[in-house]
Design a protein around this ligand. Structure first.
Ligand code: MF3
Ligand code: CO
Ligand code: CO
Length: 264
């Protein structure tokens, strides 16, 4: 399969899916409180997606994933499985990763939440840097650029910090499939073959570790952790390549950046 170029009609559907996925993250914010379990958070998201949005979770049953969202706390890098024994506590950093299917089209987005108001400067900085690393790519995306400029841009920024970029997980094309071509590497790489074109839709989702880049997958087959037990943070958006820049399909109401970038 080649890289799909979305038609106007498909883009309209992806805007709807993107908007719904973003709304789940805004909806869940007030529930990020001490003592709530990750299963309770999962269930609130699931009911909202299913009953209010009349949409479907893309995660539930995906390659056997047992829950409706991924929730990854502290040193968990990604794909944390919601459960009834893990409770949020003050100072935790929590990634919630939402994938929606609506009208057969997917959207995928995640953000970090910090539990409580007393906030450790270092944890806050890690989340801030992870977010900025994603945002840094919006200013360079346009038709005609090599796809590896995305990873190079993230790497350049992260190299100004003491943090590292996880190499095992990529951004991905998205549309009628959860994961499709092109795959987006988040670190400096020499995969120079793909040129971005108007109408491509893909996610960018850099994972940034406070310590070393190395990670491992636990025996449950999903939960990924940092090897050195350092904290890990990730932000993800689904984006569309426009005629002269990009559009953030999963932008949240509460997010203080532009939806449309003209990178001429
Ligand atoms: N949402 C993740 C991504 O960004 C994938 C989660 S797969 C699941 O690509 F099965 F764990 F849900
Ligand atoms: Co994704
Ligand atoms: Co995701």
């Amino acid at each position: 399969m080649n890289i799909s170029i979305k038609t106007k009609k498909e883009i309209e559907k992806m805007r709807i899916s993107g908007h719904l996925a973003a709304k789940v993250l805004d909806m869940i914010k007030p529930y990020i409180i001490p003592n709530i379990t990750t299963l309770e958070l999962n269930n609130i998201c699931h009911n909202y997606i299913t009953n209010t949005q009349k949409a479907t979770s893309g995660c539930l049953g995906y390659h056997g994933f047992p829950k409706s969202v991924c929730i990854s706390i502290n040193e968990i890098v990604c794909h944390g499985i919601p459960n009834s024994y893990e409770k949020l506590k003050i100072g935790d950093i929590v990634n919630i990763d939402i994938t929606i299917i609506k009208n057969k089209y997917y959207a995928d987005t995640s953000k970090m939440f910090i539990v409580g108001h007393h906030i450790n400067k270092q944890t806050k900085k890690l989340c801030h840097v992870a977010k900025k690393s994603l945002y840094s790519t919006f200013k360079i995306i346009k038709p005609g650029i090599k796809i590896n400029l995305i990873g190079e841009t993230i790497q350049k920024y992260i190299n100004t910090t003491t943090y590292s970029i996880v190499e095992e997980y990529c951004g991905h094309g998205i549309g009628k499939n959860f994961h499709e071509k092109p795959y987006i590497i988040h670190y400096k790489n020499y995969d120079k073959t793909i040129i971005l074109k108007e109408g491509m839709t893909f996610t960018i989702e850099p994972i940034i570790n406070a310590g070393k880049k190395h990670v491992f997958c636990m025996k449950d087959g999903w939960t990924v952790k940092t090897k050195d037990n350092s904290l890990s943070a990730q932000y993800e958006h689904t984006i569309l390549v426009t005629n002269n820049g990009c559009e953030i399909l999963t932008l949240r109401k509460t997010e203080k950046i532009n939806k449309i970038y003209q990178n001429t």
